[in-house]
Design a protein around this ligand. Structure first.
Ligand code: UD1
Ligand code: CA
Length: 491
């Protein structure tokens, strides 16, 4: 087996508490750019083609495990947080047993460093393998590395050990090269890690001690230097979290901009990492794009719209302040302003949804228009049907939801209520203000409302009573004059 075909196992340490988050949510589950922090590490492991990925959980273990359920990872519990060395041993117990002479490489990641790029990790593993190293530590350099473990090198520049901040001498604290906490080990690391003790300033088992143990064996230990130390930035509190989000947004948005997407005032826009945008998409200020959203060429997403888990096809215009979730919008459609498309809304091409229209579990065929103030729930609507302002599909009877079907080329007059379940045939016409409680056959005209009566001259009786006349004389003298002429015809 060559070093390049050696399997890679990934161990993600995620058992720590993160007290400074001041949160009921475990630290590693705080999201940045659409993923819990720990899921960024899992994604990197997946992209690296890891054979097995083990996540070491402890604080909030059930919630962390639930959040990662469905991704191909193995969990190892660390019931007491005795240090990174102890966490490593807990995780290593869940790795496949090494076959003699055919060990895997082990990559250690933290659950709270979402900025680490997969390319960086790939280069780290590659370097470890081509150099035939026993251990490679990912390091960075900072003018002031306070808080980090420091890399102590020997006279010939070789890496000797890592010293923690708390245990460092003043001279060691002046070292600018720091330990990122990311390492690649050969397959003997789990065995060697049993020798780690806890006689240090924290009384913890330090995984960093492995470096000294390898070195003492005369094994080949190296450092791999990060170009950009920012990549291993973690978050200890919510201030740190917003910083990670800001950096990731700049990174994600930069990729979209370079790929031909227009973002206006990008600092006001939030795009989760999972979102796909095609070229010539325009995103206006204040927009939030989340989850599995996919946006095709030439689409405009209007200011302050929020789009979650939705598919938007070519040339669609979403006008400002629209909210879409789990929706599909066909090519050339126009949605909003102030529209709300809820899950199961499937719009074919050329549909028009105007202001204050809500759809849910609604299939609208091409050319359907609902321009104003409507609720379309649990309904299928055929081609070129016009839904008048104020139309309500009353899908809920207080106990159950019901499904309705409206045909093609139907005209629904304004302020119509359709009491579900209802079937309206093709080319039917519904008079405005109707409460449709029976099905409407194809081509029929339905009127379902009180018949209108006009009572001549009734208004003069109204205006002459209860002191209303005086008010009328003051405010609408022309109307008062008109009423007088009505009372004395011929004058
Ligand atoms: C560790 C390194 C330090 C390095 C720094 C980089 C050690 C002893 N020190 O310090 O050299 O510069 O990371 O950020 O390793 N964890 C567990 N179980 C535990 C303890 C920690 O799972 O018992 C996990 C945490 O959830 C976290 C990671 O390990 O994801 C690192 O733990 P943390 O306590 O933050 O280590 P540092 O003190 O920062
Ligand atoms: Ca830390």
């Amino acid at each position: 087996m060559t070093e390049h075909s050696r399997p890679l196992d990934v161990l993600i340490l995620a058992a720590g508490q993160g007290t400074r988050m001041k949160s009921n949510l475990p630290k590693v589950l705080h999201p940045v750019a659409g993923r819990p922090m720990v899921a960024w590490a899992v994604k990197a492991a997946f992209e690296l083609g890891a054979r097995r990925t083990v996540v070491v959980t402890g604080h909030g273990a059930e919630r962390v495990e639930a959040a990662l359920a469905g991704s191909d990872v193995t969990f190892a519990r660390q019931t007491q947080q005795l240090g990174t060395g102890h966490a490593f041993l807990c995780g290593a117990a869940a790795l496949p047993q090494p076959e003699p002479g055919a060990g895997a490489d082990i990559l250690v990641l933290y659950g709270d460093t979402p900025l680490l790029r997969t390319e960086t990790l790939r280069a780290l593993v590659e370097s470890h393998r081509t150099q035939g190293s026993a251990m490679t530590v990912l390091t960075g350099e900072l003018p002031d590395a306070t808080g980090y473990g420091r890399i102590v090198r020997g006279e010939g520049g070789e890496v000797e050990r890592i010293v923690e901040q708390k245990d460092a001498t003043p001279a060691e604290r002046a070292i600018r090269e720091f330990n990122s906490g990311v390492y690649v080990f050969d397959a003997q690391a789990p065995e060697l890690a049993r020798e780690i003790g806890n006689t240090n300033a924290s009384g913890e088992y330090y995984l960093t001690d492995l470096l000294g143990l390898y070195h003492a064996q005369g094994a080949h230990v190296r450092a791999f230097r990060l170009d950009d130390p920012q990549e291993v930035l973690g978050a200890n509190d919510r201030v740190g979290l917003t910083e990670l989000e800001r950096i990731l947004q700049r990174r994600i948005q930069g990729e979209h901009l370079r790929a031909g997407v227009s973002l206006s005032l990008p600092e006001t826009i939030l795009i989760e990492d999972t979102v796909q945008l095609a070229r010539d998409v325009t995103v206006e200020p204040g927009v939030i794009l989340r989850g599995a959203t996919r946006v095709a060429e030439g689409v405009t997403i209007g200011a302050y719209s929020v789009v979650t888990d939705s598919v938007i096809e070519e040339g669609v215009v979403i006008k400002p302040h629209s909210v879409l979730e789990g929706a599909r919008v066909g090519a050339g459609s126009e949605v909003g302003p102030f529209a709300r498309l809820r899950p199961g809304s499937v719009l074919a091409g050329g549909v028009h949804i105007g202001n204050f229209v809500e759809t849910k579990n609604a299939r609208l065929a091409s050319g359907v228009k609902a321009g104003h103030l409507a609720y379309l729930g649990d309904v299928t609507i055929g081609e070129e049907t016009n839904v008048g302002a104020g139309t309500i599909v009353a899908n809920f009877d207080g106990v159950n939801k019901h499904q309705s079907t409206i045909g093609a080329g139907v005209f629904i007059g304004s302020n119509t209520t359709l009491l579900a379940p209802r079937v309206v045939g093709d080319a039917a016409f519904i008079a405005g203000g109707s409460a449709i409680h029976d099905d409407v056959p194809e081509g029929a005209m339905a009127v379902a409302r009180g018949k209108q009566r006009n009572i001549g001259g009734w208004a003069s009786r109204y205006w002459n009573s209860a002191g209303r006349r005086e008010k009328l004389e003051q405010k609408l003298p022309w109307l008062a004059g008109w009423l007088r002429r009505q009372e004395k015809p011929g004058q």
